[in-house]
Ligand binder design. Sequence first.
Ligand code: SF4
Ligand code: SF4
Length: 242
Amino acid sequence: METIDLITLRARRELGAFTRETAQPTKLDLLDLEPLRQINNIEIDEEHITITYNEKISRSYNTNAVTYKEWSYKYNEDTEFVNAIAKVIDLARKHLRDLPETLACPPGCANCCMGYEPFVSSADVQRIADHLGMSYKDVMKNYVNERRSADGFVVGWLQKVDNDDITSKCVFLKGSGSGHYYCGIYPARPHDCAEFSPIGCEDVDTDLRHDAVHKVGRPFQPRHEMKHVRGSTLRGRQRRRS
Ligand code: SF4
Ligand code: SF4
């Protein structure tokens, strides 16, 4: 697996300056990195910095249960701390500039929606059902390969379909024929998809540009909502286009 060095040479020079100005250690061997691995969220408002981190992770079949803990620091009168935070934010922005291109997906890629089969929980299925105006049972029947995990958390995985230009694509993937794909149920997509990270992704479609603007088309429509359009169905039109 490829390792991405997020600290580039330029950033290393800036880290040196940061150490000189703030006396904070920035050498990796001086830092205790373990807590960073567990940080879930950092929020900074006018008065507080609040860090939510995973206190405990218990693993069972196909799912993790995480216990969260919060650390909050009031800093509005602590100018030294505010300045230190400002510098950390500044550094983070500089790192963001240096991040490799594969950290963001090029619009229209969705290669991971072909081949990859996202697991779904009952909450995912219910969200998709509400989004499509269908019953839970119908979503399970039409779009999910049912397989309940031992702990009952996972109820199956999304079905795959084949069409002319691509095989084994997620049943909700759209954009076929244009070469630019998009999720047809994006606001309701499974947690597995929403949490999918492109860091170090090797499946990226390198023909697509990261800075391109990609206009998505119609959302996915379940069959029962398909209307006849000039003697044909929407589905029929989509098939002919692809
Ligand atoms: S870059 Fe990778 S993670 Fe992003 S859409 Fe493409 S295949 Fe999926
Ligand atoms: S639900 Fe959407 S994001 Fe998830 S695999 Fe299917 S098309 Fe891709």
